[in-house]
Design a protein around this ligand. Structure first.
Ligand SMILES: *Cc1c(COP(=O)(O)O)cnc(C)c1O
Length: 392
C-alpha cells in the first residue's frame, strides 16, 4: 500500500508541532483563509539581512501588503518598494518615513509622481523618456534609477518584457538626465519572480558594469544597483538555499566591481513572505466526469479568483497538505467559481488520499505571497480571502 499523502517533506516547511498549532488556530476560522506565521516572516527577514548583509532591503509591498507585516518589517528597519500611491498612503499611515520608500513602478501618472513627491518620496524607477520627463517635472531633484530589460528566463513567474529597457536606451536616458533636474543614481533589474537559475543575476550584473562605465562618458558616476526580486519561496520545484543565492550574487558583484561595491539594494517580495503563509481551504465537492474516467475532480472553496491566481498555466505548484492517510490517487483540483479558467491543476496531477472527503480541509503551504493581494473582490459573490496573523 502506497501512502504518499504529500509529495514533500512537511518538516522542510514547519516543525510538526508548529504546524499542528497553525491548524488548531485555523480551525476556528471560516475557509478559505490565509494564515500568516509572523515568526516565519521575521526569521526570513533576519536571514536575508544576515546572508545578504551587503544589500539594503526594500520589501516589495505588493507581495503581501497586510498592515501587520508592514509594521513588523518597518520596526526591524526594512525599507519598502511601492507600486502605487495607494501603497504609499498605506505605508505613511503606518508611520514609515518617506526616506525609506522607493517608487519602483515604471508605469505612473504624472500626478502620481507629483503626489509621491509632495509626501517626501525622492527615489523613482524609470525606463523611458516619457516617464523620466514626468519625474523631472513633478519630482525635481529626485534620484532616478534606470530599469534594465530582462528576459526572465529560468523564472517560474516571469515578468518578461513589460518592464525595463535595452541597455542602449538606458545609456541615452542617462545622457538626457544630465540635462534635466534629476540625479542619475543607479540601475535596477528584475530577473523574474521565483528565479531558480542564480546565473541570471550574473548576466545582468555584468550589464550594470558596462553601463556604470558608459555613464562616465557623461561624467555621471552611478552609485547604486538594485538587484530586484526573484528570491524564491519553497514550492514543489526545488530551489537552492538562500545562502547560495547570497554567495553567488556577491561573487558576481565582486567579479565586476571588485572589493569596492556600489550601494546594493534588494527587493524581496515572494522570498520574504511566501513560506510564511498557509492558505486553508475546504473540499466543496468531489466528482467524476464518467464512470470510466480515472481521475476525480476535487473542487475547493479557494480558486484562481480566491487567492490562487499564480496557478495560471500551473506555474506555481504549492505543496498541498491534507490530514487523511492511506492509498492515494491522482486528482484534478479546481476552484468554486462558475468560470472554466478556475481550474488549479489539471495537467499536473496531485496525489491525494482516496479517502479525501467533502468538508475536509486542504492546506496550501508557502502561500504567503501574491495570494491575498491578488484576490478578486466579488467574483460570483465570493468575498476576498481573509488574512489572519498567527503569533504562536
Ligand atoms: C514584484 C517586484 C518585486 C518583488 O519580486 P519577487 O520576485 O516577489 O521578490 C521586486 N521589485 C519590483 C520592482 C517588483 O515589481
Amino acid at each position: 500500500m502506497r501512502t504518499p499523502i504529500y509529495a514533500f517533506d512537511l518538516d522542510r516547511y514547519f516543525h510538526p508541532d508548529r504546524f499542528e498549532r497553525i491548524k488548531a488556530f485555523a480551525s476556528q476560522k471560516e475557509t478559505p483563509c490565509l494564515v500568516m506565521d509572523m515568526s516565519k516572516v521575521i526569521e526570513r527577514y533576519q536571514e536575508i539581512d544576515r546572508e545578504m548583509g551587503f544589500a539594503k532591503c526594500y520589501y516589495a509591498v505588493k507581495a503581501n501588503p497586510h498592515d501587520e507585516i508592514i509594521r513588523e518589517l518597518s520596526k526591524r528597519g526594512s525599507c519598502f518598494d511601492v507600486a502605487s500611491i495607494y501603497e504609499l498612503d498605506q505605508l505613511l499611515r503606518l508611520g514609515v518615513e518617506p526616506e525609506r520608500i522607493s517608487y519602483g513602478n515604471t508605469i505612473k501618472k504624472a500626478r502620481d509622481v507629483a503626489y509621491a513627491y509632495s509626501k517626501g518620496v525622492r527615489v523613482f524607477a524609470t525606463d523611458c523618456e516619457s516617464d523620466l520627463r514626468k519625474i523631472a517635472e513633478n519630482a525635481p531633484g529626485s534620484k532616478v534609477f534606470y530599469r534594465i530589460l530582462s528576459d526572465c528566463s529560468g523564472a517560474d513567474w516571469p515578468l518578461s518584457r513589460k518592464f525595463g529597457t535595452h541597455p542602449d536606451s538606458i545609456y541615452r536616458l542617462i545622457g538626457l538626465s544630465t540635462r534635466l533636474p534629476v540625479e542619475p543614481y543607479g540601475l535596477s533589474f528584475h530577473v523574474g519572480s521565483q528565479q531558480r537559475d542564480i546565473g541570471q543575476w550574473g548576466f545582468l550584473i555584468s550589464t550594470c558594469k558596462y553601463l556604470f562605465d558608459s555613464a562616465r562618458e557623461f561624467n555621471v558616476d552611478l552609485k547604486m544597483i538594485n538587484l530586484g526580486g526573484g528570491l524564491p519561496a519553497q514550492y514543489l520545484e526545488p530551489t537552492a538555499p538562500l545562502s547560495l543565492y547570497a554567495s553567488e550574487i556577491l561573487r558576481f558583484l565582486k567579479e565586476d566591481f571588485g572589493e569596492k561595491l556600489p550601494e546594493i539594494w534588494i527587493e524581496p517580495g515572494r522570498g520574504m513572505v511566501g513560506d510564511a503563509g498557509v492558505l486553508v481551504s475546504e473540499v466543496v465537492m468531489i466528482s467524476k466526469k464518467s464512470q470510466t474516467n480515472p481521475y476525480s475532480w476535487v473542487y475547493l472553496d479557494a480558486g484562481k479568483f480566491g487567492g490562487l491566481i499564480e496557478t495560471l498555466d500551473e506555474a506555481i505548484k504549492y505543496p498541498i497538505y491534507v490530514d487523511r492517510r492511506g492509498p492515494s490517487q491522482k486528482t484534478i483540483l479546481a476552484g468554486p467559481t462558475c468560470d472554466s479558467v478556475d481550474i488549479l491543476y489539471e495537467h499536473f496531477k496531485y496525489e491525494l488520499p482516496v479517502s479525501l472527503s467533502e468538508g475536509d480541509r486542504v492546506y496550501f503551504l508557502s502561500a504567503g505571497a501574491y495570494t491575498a493581494s491578488y484576490c478578486s473582490v466579488n467574483f460570483n459573490g465570493f468575498p476576498p480571502i481573509k488574512t489572519y496573523i498567527f503569533e504562536g
